[in-house]
Design a protein around this ligand. Structure first.
Ligand SMILES: C[S@@+](CC[C@H](N)C(=O)[O-])C[C@H]1O[C@@H](n2cnc3c(N)ncnc32)[C@H](O)[C@@H]1O
Length: 237
């Protein structure tokens, strides 16, 4: 019998923010894959979910260097998917860990499409997204009544930023470390200095909350940071 591939959302940092389903699956799989952006960097996803992994499970870290080379990334994902396919052909159950939710800016989603194409059995298990955990941490609703919410990744040139800042009542800016100074400038240009916060490493022992534009302006933002801007002000102020 062929195996099964699981994409497991492990939440953004707090090990208690993971579903019962994810914990059950991690207790039964043969192989657990954690993506790593660099060999020296520890996998945040494994740090969160490692405690739920079955003691006999094989742990494999797969390298996914951050790159703008789209074709190179596709080749790498296809190669990793072929390796996983080989495990599934041998009947193994394989879990791929994802920080937050598997369907939001995840490495898993790139590997997933190749395994689906190869006809493998796949189950994706939702996780709590970073921005939902952050909104809850701050006791700040993302949206009420008819308010709109936008989610964007900060890019180096940031050309899309002004449009989205003007368009949405709440704007979630992911990966702000890509260009903190540009984001700080856009916030200042729109007089939104009092209407944003930045949360880094939410749910971990290193969690930091800041409402200081200087943090962004100086570009000293941790990769695991998210900015939320409430154009009309915070709900409870
Ligand atoms: C590759 S995306 C992964 C998103 C993830 N799948 C999710 O559902 O939130 C990485 C970005 O997610 C956000 N992020 C992930 N974990 C975070 C955390 N613990 N605290 C703050 N932001 C986090 C940051 O914006 C980071 O740059």
């Amino acid at each position: 019998m062929k195996g099964k591939f699981y994409g497991i959302g492990v939440g953004p940092g707090d090990p208690e923010l993971i579903t019962l389903k994810a914990i059950r699956i991690l207790g039964t799989v043969d192989v657990v894959i954690s993506p790593e952006s660099a060999p020296s960097k520890k996998s945040s996803a494994l740090e969160i979910a490692g405690r739920y992994v079955h003691g006999d499970a094989e742990l494999i870290s797969l390298s996914f260097p951050m790159t703008h080379d789209r074709e190179g990334r596709e080749r790498l994902c296809e190669a990793h998917a072929s390796r996983i396919h080989g495990m599934l052909e041998k009947g193994k159950k394989v879990a791929f860990l994802t920080l937050g939710d598997p369907m939001l800016y995840s490495t898993y989603s790139y590997v997933l499409k190749y395994l689906l194409t190869m006809g493998d059995a796949v189950e994706s298990v939702p996780g709590i997204t970073s921005f939902c955990a952050i909104a809850n941490k701050m006791n700040e609703p993302l949206a009420q009544a008819g308010e709109t919410v936008g989610i964007i990744p900060m890019s180096e040139n940031g050309t899309h930023l002004p449009h989205f800042m003007d368009e949405f009542d709440t704007l979630v800016v992911m990966k702000p470390s890509s260009n903190g100074p540009l984001l700080a400038q856009a916030i200042e240009d729109r007089g939104q200095q009092q209407n944003f916060f930045i949360v880094s490493q939410c749910g971990t022992g290193e969690e930091e909350v800041s409402r200081d534009l200087g943090t962004l302006r100086e570009g000293k933002v941790h990769y695991l940071s998210t900015v939320i801007i409430k154009r009309r002000g915070f709900a409870h102020e």
